[in-house]
Design a protein around this ligand. Structure first.
Ligand code: GKR
Ligand code: MG
Length: 445
């Protein structure tokens, strides 16, 4: 009987890369971000790769998977992933809150570490069957190109800290601008121009939760004025109260194509109830990556008509789970989209292949990668050109790991004194003693 190759080796590499001082409700991004990589080898000598969020707990979960993966046939990948979900190390202390209040310490409970293994197995299986990963997901490849949006951020002045944020010299407008402060509507429009020039994106998302909602809307208005054909969205991560969100957004109907997590649970009402009231009051479509991060939450979001666009990040749902979510949303007249955190180019490929397998009219894909572009861990990294990522005409993910770069990203990780995301440290240079408050934009204290 024909057999598929067997996994002969699994390695886990925690890695780090550089970031700008990006602002959001949770504070200011540190000079580094961390991720975890999985690299598999099979009996044909092929390599399969995967990436997931960073941090020691996720790394420990991945390491606990090694005996469940090595020696297994890649054709059995669904059962292997299932065995990890049920048999791998469970990160302790989950209070069940999820990220509905955007607590960064809860992110590790939402992340499905096994996605990194699922991805690496699919990469191997794709190479064996000579098919791209997206053809192995759901009902197969639905599109050749993935439209992405330009993810804009307020950027703080790193000169107000003594933290080692990187500087970039030379390059194009985007490479110069992405390491510089951008706090005014004019500076954000300049940022948007640079992103459009380099990547050809047509749509924009502004990360809010930084200034007063009214002030952030000024930036949204300026972006829409500069790019009248763009679909423009703002995401304050639930920083506003329901009343505030309704009042700020009501006049913005012609400007906002949709709004992401404008408000959240309050006064004894769940986030889903509150967003449903927001939608009824404003008629503005709502996207979320905070209140529909698993099947049970999705069920309640749909029943309460709380959202239109579900940003089903494959790192939260697994790749197969995210595609299944995309199929259900499409059948039920809703829209699939993708949430992101800072990531390397392997996750860019995870997003692209997952999006390629989702049917129907998906929304432009989020990605933080433009802030990391150039820190590739692979050769033949996917690129955003003319606003789209083309699915490569190659088996598997279509990218090849560069071990030299992985080892240097791993060396950077090992030098760091902390490995979990920490947005407080940078913030405390700006506002002494600063602490996260889910109800207050980060610069309003
Ligand atoms: O990178 O600061 C950030 C974002 O705010 C991120 O943490 C969010 O999870 O991009 C994300 C979102 O869409 O909510
Ligand atoms: Mg969001």
């Amino acid at each position: 009987m024909a057999k598929s190759p067997v996994v002969t080796d699994m390695k886990v590499y925690p890695v780090a890369g550089y970031d700008s001082m990006l602002m959001s409700l949770t504070g200011a991004h540190a000079p580094w971000f961390t991720r975890n990589l999985v690299i598999l080898k099979d009996s044909l000598g092929n390599t399969g790769i995967g990436e997931v969020h960073g941090g020691a707990d996720i790394c420990k979960a991945l390491e606990s998977y090694i005996p469940l993966v090595v020696g297994q046939e890649i054709g059995n990948y669904k059962n292997i992933v299932k065995s990890l979900t049920y048999g791998g190390y469970k990160i302790k202390g989950n209070d069940g809150q999820g990220i509905q209040l955007l607590s960064l310490s809860n992110l590790k409970f939402i992340v499905h570490a096994e996605t990194a293994v699922e991805c690496a197995l699919l990469d191997l299986l794709g190479k064996f069957l000579e098919l791209p990963v997206c053809s192995l997901l759901g009902d197969g490849k639905q599109r050749d190109e993935i439209v992405t949006l330009g993810y804009l951020f307020y950027v703080s002045d790193k000169g107000r800290t003594d933290l080692p944020y990187i500087e970039e010299q030379g390059g194009d407008a985007w490479q110069r601008l992405r390491r510089k402060a951008a706090m005014t509507p004019e500076e954000l429009v300049e940022q948007a121009h640079a992103v459009k020039e380099r990547y050809g994106v047509k749509d924009f998302k502004l990360k809010g939760g930084v200034l007063r909602g009214e002030d952030e809307m000024e930036a949204v208005r300026a972006i829409k004025k500069a790019f009248p054909d763009a679909r423009v969205n703002i995401d304050p991560n639930g920083a506003w109260s329901l009343d505030e969100a309704v009042s700020i957004c009501t006049n913005m109907k012609d400007i906002l194509t949709y709004v992401e997590d404008p408000c959240k649970a309050e006064k004894g009402f769940s986030g889903r109830e509150v967003l449903s009231e927001f939608k009824m009051a404003t008629g503005i479509p709502v996207a979320t990556n905070m209140i529909a991060t698993d099947w049970r939450q999705l069920h309640h979001s749909i029943v309460s008509k709380a959202v239109d666009i579900v940003l089903a990040d494959p790192h939260f749902w697994t790749m197969n789970g995210s595609v299944r979510c995309g199929q259900v949303l499409n059948d039920w007249g809703m829209t699939w989209g993708c949430h992101s955190n800072n990531h390397f180019d392997i996750s860019l490929a995870i997003f692209a292949h997952t999006a390629a397998a989702c049917p129907g009219n998906i929304t432009a894909m989020d990605t933080h990668w433009i802030w990391q572009d150039g820190q590739d861990l692979c050769r033949d990294t996917l690129k955003i050109k003319n606003g789209v990522i083309k699915i490569p005409d190659r088996p598997g993910l279509g990218i090849d790991i560069d071990m030299e770069r992985v080892l240097s990203a791993n060396a950077l990780y090992n030098k760091l004194s902390y490995h979990d995301r920490n947005d407080e440290i940078g913030m405390q240079y700006l506002i002494p003693g600063w602490q996260f408050d889910p109800n207050s934009p980060c610069l309003i204290r």
